[in-house]
Design a protein around this ligand. Sequence first.
Ligand SMILES: NC(=O)c1ccc[n+]([C@@H]2O[C@H](COP(=O)([O-])OP(=O)(O)OC[C@H]3O[C@@H](n4cnc5c(N)ncnc54)[C@H](OP(=O)(O)O)[C@@H]3O)[C@@H](O)[C@H]2O)c1
Length: 372
Amino acid sequence: MSMTIDPDMLRTDEHFMRRCLELAVRGAGSVSPNPMVGSVIVHEGHIIGEGWHERYGGPHAEVNAIAAVSEQELLPVSTLYVNLEPCAHYGKTPPCCDLVISRKIPRVVVGCLDPHDKVAGKGIERMRSAGVEVIVGVLEEESERLNEAFMTTHRKGRPFVFLKVAQTLDGRIATSLGASKWITGESARIEVHRLRSRYDAVLTSSTTVLADDAELTVRHCQGRHPLRVLLDRQLQVPLESRVFNSETRTLVFASAERADSLRAAQLERRGVELVMVGHTPGGLDLMEVFAELHRRRVQSVMVEAGSRLASALIRAGLVDKLGVFIAPKLFGGDALPTFSTLDVLMPDQAVNLRFAGFGMVGTDFYLEAYVV
Ligand SMILES: NC(=O)c1ccc[n+]([C@@H]2O[C@H](COP(=O)([O-])OP(=O)(O)OC[C@H]3O[C@@H](n4cnc5c(N)ncnc54)[C@H](OP(=O)(O)O)[C@@H]3O)[C@@H](O)[C@H]2O)c1
């Protein structure tokens, strides 16, 4: 395979790294808990092979890119680009850094380091000691961001948490009667399904399910259903709720002391898995909930809940990113605000955010921000 890149475009490392990132995204929704990785092999400014990590357990991006090169004799005079450090350990496949060395690829350009404790710089070290020129940090921020869930899991020992909100321009997520269907338009609702398909799990509360009876599956676009996670301290959500339908799995967290034992037995007969955790005055012990999700290798969680749970998660330092759909509507001060108390008494105690992107989705505005 030989593809010519427009010679007028910059034949820089950034240019080819961007291609790696484009390829990597093709693995979205299929590679977790592995990261999304793309790789290209470049000879004299031309891509002679490219590949990406296509599915969990399958060959890594570098293996696919190397295999795609029809003239293998060019490898010793080519550069390999990859958005994540090549692995240095035997997992489901042999170490990629050894493959690079054995194929005598002289130059490797890497987007960012792999925080996985079995890799973490070891892949780079091994290639350098074998005489490979290794450049690290090209489009580093973009490379980190693409795999933010993977990075967070390995660095913080818990899943990456994305809080999705659909609110009015005056920051309200339901009317004074608790009604929230629908605040945003159809395009935003489709986008929510696309977002769900990118996360390992979607998490909500008993109160929100009782109010909205949401199914929390992916229906308006192609993609896998996330694991549904319900926090229901007393097990009060009725069995016939859509969150328990057979479309996909649901995991319920409840309180060992407060949960209704009859309902627990009914749910288990229905195939719903229950996990009992401790509780605090405000609700379930969120640290325990996320530790259990991490133990189950859930790397990313999209939260679709109301004011109280969203605020509790923020207060506990468990939210990494917010995605806020803002409808061109006002509900007024008696409606439910996006957040309940955040314990902010002085402006310098505010929860600080960093805006990361914005745009229109149909008639609604959408913005993303990271908690800093
Ligand atoms: N527009 C939107 O984006 C959006 C999204 C979701 C919901 N909503 C609306 O929001 C409203 C519900 O909001 P809400 O504030 O009343 O409820 P909420 O935040 O969705 O849920 C609060 C409930 O979560 C459970 N919970 C478990 N652990 C918790 C903890 N550590 N801290 C806090 N809560 C915990 C508790 O229920 P138990 O302990 O009793 O089980 C608590 O009562 C509904 O009207 C819904 O329609 C809007």
